[in-house]
Design a protein around this ligand. Structure first.
Ligand SMILES: Cc1cc2nc3c(=O)[nH]c(=O)nc-3n(C[C@H](O)[C@H](O)[C@H](O)COP(=O)(O)O)c2cc1C
Length: 196
């Protein structure tokens, strides 16, 4: 009663959405990924930094290179998912700020001249965008399998550069057989929310 979102959409995005561990072989197209991005790009970031970068791992050769950096328990699902994305934070996001924040272009030099400041801002804001991305995958009727069980240095060296910090790898597709572990409980409202 308190939510404005249609109950079917609530289920699609949250209640019935699960973290998939197996997938069918139905392909995930670039058009679907573009539709997901064009939806979730509106999720907010500080100063509109928008530091998330997405590397789609499509070719079998690239997939093989990625799988060897995944933790053992993540390897077979990463090898078999229709699409795999490496989500990273662009530590040089400030270069885009004058066009992303046209009403305050001075923000680039005023707040983000120093690399350590950019790194912590990029980490927080790209992580937020990663969450929007996962929900966007669900909005497309697909399941996401986010993973941080991986060799981050290895993934960075293999696919990225010093300016891009990997955050997670996400398997994407239609859920396959036995796709999920049993649903784990969540903390209750009263365990999480305090009012002062
Ligand atoms: C950032 C992040 C990292 C995760 N890393 C892994 C991982 O390395 N391997 C894995 O099997 N599951 C991983 N998971 C899946 C979580 O365990 C799963 O999303 C959580 O238990 C909720 O499951 P549910 O959506 O089915 O309720 C990760 C999830 C997130 C959001």
């Amino acid at each position: 009663m308190s939510l404005a979102l249609d109950p079917a959409a609530q289920d699609l995005l949250f209640r019935e959405a699960r973290t998939a561990n197996t997938f069918t072989d139905e392909p995930v197209t670039d058009e679907q990924v573009q539709a997901i991005y064009d939806l979730v790009k509106y999720g907010p970031t500080a100063f509109n930094q928008t530091p998330l970068r997405i590397t789609l791992v499509r070719s079998p050769e690239a997939r093989e290179r990625l799988v060897k950096h995944m933790a053992e328990g993540n390897q077979s699902k990463t090898a078999s998912a229709p699409l795999v994305a490496i989500l990273s934070a662009d530590n040089e996001f400030h270069e885009e700020l004058p066009s992303l924040l046209p009403h305050f272009p001075q923000a680039k030099d005023m707040f983000f001249a120093e690399r350590p400041v950019r790194e912590s801002a990029a980490l927080l804001n790209a992580a937020l965008q990663a969450a929007y991305f996962i929900v966007g995958v669900r909005a497309a009727g697909l399941a996401a399998g986010p993973m941080t069980g991986l060799d981050f240095d290895g993934v960075q060296k293999e696919f990225l550069d010093d300016d891009h910090t990997p955050l997670m790898v996400v398997n994407i597709g239609k859920p396959g057989e036995d796709a999920w572990f049993p649903r784990s409980p969540r903390l209750a409202y009263e365990d999480v929310v305090t009012t002062v």
